[in-house]
Design a protein around this ligand. Structure first.
Ligand code: ASP
Ligand code: MG
Length: 467
């Protein structure tokens, strides 16, 4: 098989873990062609973000301290990770170049006193630039041939939307295949940096937080991989958060569309665009645990087997939200009302998580994060209160509960089962939405009720027995 194996930062947080990753991909390579995609080591990306914020705030001294911390941590780790002296020397030499460039970059930005989206992406890309060298040298240390490439070096070309770029797939496909095919035919093990690429002018761009998942699927389509494995610290996608439903189970198989919903609902954080490249190519993906490789994890495919088509597959919850109910008689039959409300919220930088409007059109309800509530209410009050809106009502501390599963489509009685279960728990349902795809039924309850509702729905749909 041709495999893309992607490791998140939590799988690369110590010398032992990096060595284990090297051992695992090396053993896989006995029977497979393997391309490894790496995220940054441990919390490096968080540290780089801290540097950006410190520079923006003008705290130059602290920014340089955090830079020094990243450099020292990586130096120490290099000492511990590589055993053969010549390999260690090579790694340290390569890292030294990156360290110099990183320090110069921070100094330069501090001097300019200006953080542009382009310089911010350049800085953020250093996490993966460093991590790939560790993994590839750890593989070399085991006696296998390995090369490290950043997203830019392997040939990922993107638009110039810094911080949230998208690949230009036709160019990317040609360039990535040209870099990787010869390496695979000579049986070496390429290690690619996730999260970043470069635009047509060669400036480094990133895909946004968690973007290494996206890199893995981009690379997979470029070289027609047979499977993609996303390795992290969980056993797979689960029927519920095991901290809430203690009998939650790992799902053996889900469809792409279900996995997209589950990723959005935070069952496991996956970069939202990860599935885009593979939807039409239908490359299967596995969500697996680096620390429990006996378990094959969750298989995500275009069309899961018929035996896995259960009605509901997962109950998830997004906690700590607020609900805003917007009312006004003049909203009725007035085209453009919703547009005004959502434009106002968008201009205030508020992300709307859930929307409902009753057919009388006299009220629109939206759910936002607790953290965005102040901004949202302020913007609506300033812009629209007394005009199209007569009244704003706010409920804080609510949770969104979502049931996900494509088997709900056309199945009678799901909603009745859900609301009977909540009623039995004496929990009040504040708002309900279901898209016409029937893939996701979501409703809002008081935050303090959310745990008992998740557990009771998990029981009601017998999710502990799902596989
Ligand atoms: N290192 C980047 C981040 O932490 C990308 C990734 O982890 O996928 O967001
Ligand atoms: Mg990461």
């Amino acid at each position: 098989m041709r495999l893309i194996v992607k490791y998140g930062g939590t799988s690369l947080s110590s010398a032992k873990q990096i060595k284990d990753v090297a051992k695992f991909v090396t053993s896989l390579s006995k029977e497979n062609e393997v391309v490894t995609v790496c995220s940054a080591i441990k919390e490096t990306t968080d540290d780089l973000i801290e540097i950006i914020q410190l520079i923006k705030k003008g705290n130059k001294k602290k920014a340089k301290q955090v830079t020094a911390k990243i450099i020292n941590q990586h130096k120490q780790l290099a000492e511990q990770t590589i055993s053969k002296p010549q390999n260690k020397k090579k790694l340290l030499e390569m890292l030294e170049k990156d360290f110099c460039e990183l320090s110069d970059l921070v100094d330069g930005i501090v001097l300019l006193g200006e953080m542009t989206p382009r310089s911010s992406d350049y800085l953020l890309s250093f996490g993966e630039r460093l991590s790939i060298k560790f993994v590839s040298h750890a593989i070399t240390d085991l006696g296998k041939k390995s090369f490290a490439y950043t997203g830019k070096e392997v040939g990922i070309v993107t638009d110039s939307n810094f911080g949230e770029s998208k690949p230009l797939m036709d160019t990317t496909r040609l360039r990535v295949a040209k870099t990787l095919e010869p390496l695979l035919s000579e049986k070496s093990l390429p290690v690619i940096g996730g999260f970043a690429g470069a635009d047509q002018h060669g400036s480094i761009t990133t895909f946004g937080r968690g973007g290494s998942d996206y890199t893995a699927t981009i690379i997979a389509t470029c070289i027609k991989a047979d499977e993609i494995w996303l390795m992290s610290d969980v056993d797979g996608l689960m029927t519920a958060d095991p901290k809430i439903a203690s009998n939650a189970k790992v799902l053996k198989e889900v469809s792409y569309v279900e996995a997209i919903e589950m990723a959005l609902f935070g069952a496991k954080q996956i970069h939202p665009r990860t599935f885009e490249p593979i939807l039409s190519k239908k490359i299967p993906m596995r969500i697996r645990n680096t620390f429990n490789t006996k378990n094959m994890g969750t298989l995500v495919t275009a069309s899961p087997g018929p035996e896995t088509k259960k009605t509901v597959k997962c109950v998830s919850v997004i906690r700590h939200n607020a609900l805003i109910d917007v009312r006004g008689g003049s909203m009725v039959g007035a085209p453009g009302t919703a547009a005004k409300i959502f434009t106002t919220l968008a201009n205030a930088g508020v992300n709307v998580m859930m929307i409902s409007q009753n057919p009388s059109e006299s009220s629109i309800t939206v759910v936002v994060k607790n953290a965005d509530l102040d901004r949202a209410v302020n913007a609506l009050e300033m812009e629209l209160l007394g005009k199209i809106i007569k009244k704003l009502e706010v409920t804080t501390d609510v949770a969104i509960i979502a049931l996900i599963g494509s088997g709900m489509r056309g199945t009678i009685g799901v909603a009745s089962k859900v609301f009977t279960a909540t009623a039995k728990k004496k929990v009040n349902v504040v708002m309900i939405t279901q898209g016409s795809s029937e893939l996701n039924l979501a409703f809002v309850v008081k935050d303090s009720d959310s745990k008992s509702v998740v557990q009771s729905l998990h029981d009601e749909f017998e999710l502990a027995k799902i596989n």
